[in-house]
Write a protein that binds this ligand. Structure first.
Ligand SMILES: *Cc1c(COP(=O)(O)O)cnc(C)c1O
Length: 356
């Protein structure tokens, strides 16, 4: 007898990775399931998806597919560093706060050096201080600057800000890695091309969103400097990140890219977050923590309000980036879900005011 399937509450603002697989990715996944195909990425789907990335980014880059973002970031950073090197990142960076030490593990010890900066963005002056404060042999030599686009607090770097950080990196002989778990959201929000936001601004490697954009599984890694990708396939294989049936990662990717769904999904999620922000701004006493630029709204909620929303079954995180609430929208977030959340917030705020 089949056990009862768990039903997921359709409304949540916890993360864009709570969402299902979008129709375009699912369609290509099913197409790739017709018949057999060569294993380990030697198939047509993988070739076509990689070529599509090259076309969209307007550059002949090296493309790899792995299962998740932690692996993409960690293996990429490990390939740019020796174990005695260090990686400069923001103190709120996912590689620091949410990867369980995987970048250090994968690199046999390359240390993360934490920099500060407003709105989740690295401040070049802080980066430079970390690079130049020591040159002796007792300090792990800075080798990579890692930045997140869009950031963990839903902001985006402008192309000028990216170029300034990349110039600093070049000046000191460092490489630049971009964690693009929400890269598509940054593309549509900025109005810049994928090329302008990456290699044209001096980014060496991009780990590109799959799961949060509408895939079931899988991230892409783009090495714009092909020399940096030497032997990277071996690193993926050794780390257990070489999918034998790779077409089930690459075909959905092709679906996202070829149909334009990757940008449509991101644009929808950004629009929903803008709507949510606008609704929340109408509620007295709620303060926004960061300017909303992509698909996340960060808002300071009174503890009693958070507790009551959780009690009513709403899902959202309160520990990502700040002590406020993070409300994430995805490719499938509906205005009705937002209206329902806002109605509950209004209701609870009203009751608290009466009882307070
Ligand atoms: C979600 C996310 C990742 C990837 O996380 P996985 O759970 O390993 O796929 C990486 N960076 C950022 C900023 C993220 O939000």
């Amino acid at each position: 007898m089949l056990s009862t399937r768990p039903t997921t509450r359709p409304v949540q603002f916890a993360s864009d990775n709570y969402s299902g697989i979008c129709p375009e990715a699912l369609d290509y996944l099913l197409q790739a399931n017709q018949g057999d195909a060569p294993a380990y990425g030697d198939d047509d789907w993988t070739q076509q998806a990689a070529d599509k990335f090259r076309e969209i980014f307007d550059i002949d880059c090296e493309v790899f597919f792995v299962f998740n973002g932690t692996a993409a970031n960690s293996l990429t950073l490990a390939s740019l560093c020796q174990s005695y090197h260090s990686v400069i990142c923001h103190e709120l960076a996912h590689i620091e706060t949410d990867e369980c030490g995987a970048p250090e593990f994968a690199s046999n010890g390359s240390k993360l050096l934490l920099a500060q900066g407003e709105q989740g963005k690295l401040d070049p002056a802080h980066i430079e201080r970390l690079i130049t404060k020591r040159t002796d042999i007792h300090y792990p030599k800075p080798k990579v600057i890692s930045l997140t686009q869009a950031t963990e607090v839903g902001t985006i770097y402008t192309t000028d800000e990216l170029a300034a950080i990349a110039a600093l990196a070049r000046h000191h002989g460092l490489k630049v890695h971009m964690d693009g778990a929400r890269f598509a959201n940054a593309v549509v929000a900025s109005g810049k091309t994928p090329a302008e936001l990456t290699w044209k601004a001096g980014i060496d490697v991009l780990c590109c969103c799959g799961t949060k954009n509408g895939m079931g599984i899988g991230e892409a890694i783009l090495f714009f400097d092909k020399a940096l990708a030497e032997d990277f396939a071996y690193r993926c294989k050794q780390a257990g990140q070489l999918a034998s049936k790779m077409r089930f990662i690459s075909a959905p990717w092709l679906g996202l890219l070829e149909t334009g769904a990757w940008l449509r999904n991101a644009a929808h999620a950004n629009r929903m977050a803008a709507y949510l922000e606008q609704q929340l701004q109408g509620i007295p006493g709620l303060n926004m923590l960061f300017p909303r630029q992509v698909n996340g709204v960060f808002v300071q909620l009174p503890q009693a309000l958070t507790d009551e929303l959780y009690r009513r079954g709403w899902k959202f995180y309160t520990f990502i980036g700040t002590d406020g609430a993070r409300l994430m929208c995805a490719w499938n977030t509906t205005p009705e879900a937002i209206d329902a959340l806002v109605a509950d917030i209004n209701d609870v705020v009203g009751r608290l005011a009466k009882s307070g």
